[in-house]
Design a protein around this ligand. Structure first.
Ligand SMILES: Cc1ncc(COP(=O)(O)O)c(C=O)c1O
Length: 387
């Protein structure tokens, strides 16, 4: 028996694989420093947990409308207006099982077989795989470190063909930590509008931003851009709710309707009581987010200070999310060789950039304690010095 052809070209998630390997070593008692994980190391704030527990106690344990409970969709619409200046009606917002699911639903709703989707690299590793499952063709566009790993209008135009259907913009970005400015997004949006190219704007790291940067939602640029855009966001990264599996997509009515139908025939609603937690996340105090961001910022400074001391490694200063890309080209190793040897020799787990479409870099997540960061970077320094 063979698996269906649509799944034969699928690559399993390398980040999850590295994370599992590091966790397995740890379980054996090895002193592993894990920079592989793509999730906050904080616990979900108490008031969010209390809301979910309260709803469980009250018996809120049944199916909900498949697109999410009305009060959560309304709270998301309010948030998108207040934080992002976006006008979405609750009917245009579908709550999904994580922002990963939101991206997948958007791609399935929009992509015909053979349609091309432009993905700037380094990219979040699930995008190309999602496009492939939908029968589309990922068009990977390498970006330059000197451009902050952001696609330029020229690169966008050069990658276009008559089959281009969508571009994926992820700002703040995983794995790059880059943030597109308003002007940069306007230049890309102008091209998208002129060629009627859809935009998947993955804004899941919106709140995790530093250096006084501003997050800008591309769909606010104009009615034309809005009509082409799927805005994705969620609860996992800002509120340390990765296990709760809650994200959402806000889209033009035609797309929201399609996603609603798709979800109603596949997963049905996201977890009922998790939605009550998400409601508390948006309605409750936001200082929990501010505190986590302050700690990420301090860790980012620590990482940068320590990386600076390691000869042969270069980096682009990340402005958002909780990742830093280290360029390892001067070590003479590929990203996979670097990551494998580092784990074998120094018990430090990083993700090879080959998984993100750039074999010169490795990704470190600094969603780990300052103590781990100090220990781990000391070991990386020793590893590089010993090459
Ligand atoms: C860029 C990006 N988008 C979406 C997701 C998915 O988030 P969620 O856990 O809400 O599915 C991730 C998670 O790593 C991510 O890095």
């Amino acid at each position: 028996m063979e698996t269906a052809s649509r799944l034969q070209k699928l690559t399993p998630s390398l980040t999850l694989a590295i994370d599992s390997k590091a966790k397995a070593l740890k379980a054996e008692g090895v002193d592993v420093i894990n920079f592989g994980a793509g999730e906050p190391d904080f616990d979900t704030p108490d008031h969010i947990k209390a809301a979910a527990m309260g709803s469980l106690d009250a018996g809120f344990t049944k199916y909900t409308p498949s697109s999410g409970i009305p009060e959560l969709r309304a709270a998301i619409a309010e948030k998108l207006k207040a934080d992002n200046g976006l006008d979405y009606k609750p009917s245009q917002i579908i709550v999904n099982n994580g922002a990963k699911h939101s991206c997948f639903n958007a791609i399935l709703a929009a992509i015909e077989p053979e349609d091309e989707v432009i993905i700037p690299a380094p990219y979040w590793l699930s995008y190309p795989e999602m496009v492939k499952i939908a029968g589309g063709v990922p068009i990977i566009v390498p970006t330059k470190a000197e451009n902050g790993y952001k696609i330029t209008p020229e690169e966008f135009e050069a990658a276009m063909s008559p089959k281009t259907r969508m571009i994926i913009i992820n700002s703040p970005g995983n794995p790059t930590g880059s943030i597109y400015t308003k002007e940069e997004l306007e230049a890309l949006a102008e091209i998208a509008v002129s060629e009627e190219i859809l935009i998947l704007s993955d804004e899941i790291y919106e709140k995790l931003i530093f250096d006084g940067q501003k997050h800008f939602s591309i769909a606010t640029i104009s009615k034309e851009v809005y009509n082409l855009t799927f805005t994705v966001n969620g609860f996992s990264k800002p509120y340390a709710m990765t296990g709760w599996r809650l994200g959402y997509v806000a889209a033009p009515e035609w797309a929201a309707k399609a996603i609603d139908s798709l979800q109603s025939q596949t997963t049905s609603n996201p977890c009922s009581f998790a939605q009550k937690g998400a409601l508390a996340a948006y309605k409750g105090p936001q200082d929990c987010v501010t505190q986590m961001v302050a700690e990420y910022d301090a860790r980012r400074a620590l990482v940068i200070g320590l990386v600076e001391k390691i000869e042969k490694l270069t980096y682009v200063r990340p402005q958002g999310a909780f990742y830093i890309l280290l360029n390892v080209a001067k070590t003479g190793l590929t990203s996979t060789q670097f990551a494998e040897k580092l784990l074998d020799k120094q018990n430090v787990a990083v993700v090879p950039g080959i998984a993100f479409g750039d074999d010169e870099v490795v990704r470190l997540s600094y969603a780990t304690s300052r103590e781990n960061i100090e220990k781990g970077l000391k070991r990386i320094g020793e590893f590089v010095a010993g090459l």
